[in-house]
Design a protein around this ligand. Structure first.
Ligand code: SAH
Length: 250
């Protein structure tokens, strides 16, 4: 299985799904994930895939983004909006290099949004970084499959540059504690963090979602390893315990 996964979130035109599959195949990519496509399977998808039916046939349909990227060690979201302030930004070449680096250790995902509205903020917040194709500012939105083609091409160039992407490391090594935590492991830590901050009354009058958004940004940028995530869970568990004791003493 190719470790670089292309995720289309909520695609509206089935033709674009087929075109994206074709764009992927020309660049050696074959792992397509479709998150809640509006119309799929559909004749238009098959028609536009011309010759990339195998990529289309192997595509997996999932209900939401979190599920599509749960086992990924790096998730980058493509956005037509150039100023996405709260995430580190990459151009396509930088994104391709980052994906290939991480793909030596874990699966990685490159995420594309809906034709009309792109990715929601909530979806972008699940990404480690945002990728923007520097199109002209007045007309910066590419067709979905064209955006897949541009990024696919950069991934291809980066791969050729580095000979071939090394196959995923042996299972045991990929599971070692010094690998960056997977998406789902990070999400578990965020759930714990949010609960603990509530238990120790950290939010006070601040809106918890704003605080969590900042903390998500910090941890996604840092890409903590599994060992580091375990330490964080340990700290949070101790804080939970202290908060409980303090409440009992009252
Ligand atoms: N009106 C939408 C555009 C969606 S285009 C918006 O404002 O976001 C469909 C998808 O193609 C986008 O969600 C994005 O993933 C990708 N895309 C289109 N143009 C892009 C660009 N210039 N840079 C990066 N991704 C782009």
């Amino acid at each position: 299985m190719h470790p670089i996964r292309i995720v289309l979130v909520g695609p509206q035109h089935p033709g674009n799904i087929g075109s994206a599959a074709r764009a992927m195949k020309t660049m050696g990519l074959n792992q397509l994930r479709l998150v809640a496509p509006e119309r799929y399977p559909h004749l238009d998808a098959t028609t536009m895939a011309v010759g990339a039916d195998d990529v289309l046939d192997a595509a997996i349909v999932l209900p939401d983004l979190a599920e599509a990227v749960a086992d990924c060690g790096l998730v980058l979201g493509c956005t037509a909006r150039s100023r996405y302030v709260s995430l580190p930004g990459y151009d396509p070449a930088q994104a391709a290099r980052k994906l290939i680096d991480q793909a030596e250790r874990t699966p990685v995902a490159l995420v594309f949004g809906r034709e009309r509205t792109g990715l929601s903020n909530e979806e972008l917040q699940q990404c480690h970084g945002a990728v923007h194709i520097p199109a002209v500012a007045e007309f910066s939105s590419l067709n979905l499959a064209a955006a897949v083609q541009v990024l696919g091409y950069e991934i291809r160039l980066a791969m050729l540059d580095r000979a071939e992407v090394k196959p995923l490391l042996a299972e045991t090594e990929a599971e070692s504690d010094d690998q960056p935590g997977l998406h789902q492991e990070l999400e578990q830590m965020f759930v714990h963090l949010e609960k603990t901050l509530h238990a120790i009354d950290f939010y006070k009058s601040r809106p918890s979602d704003v605080v969590m958004q900042r903390l998500r940004r910090l941890f996604l940028r840092a890409q903590p390893t599994r060992r580091e995530l375990r330490i964080l869970h340990g700290i949070l568990a101790d804080a939970d315990r202290m908060a409980r004791l303090a409440r009992q003493a009252k």
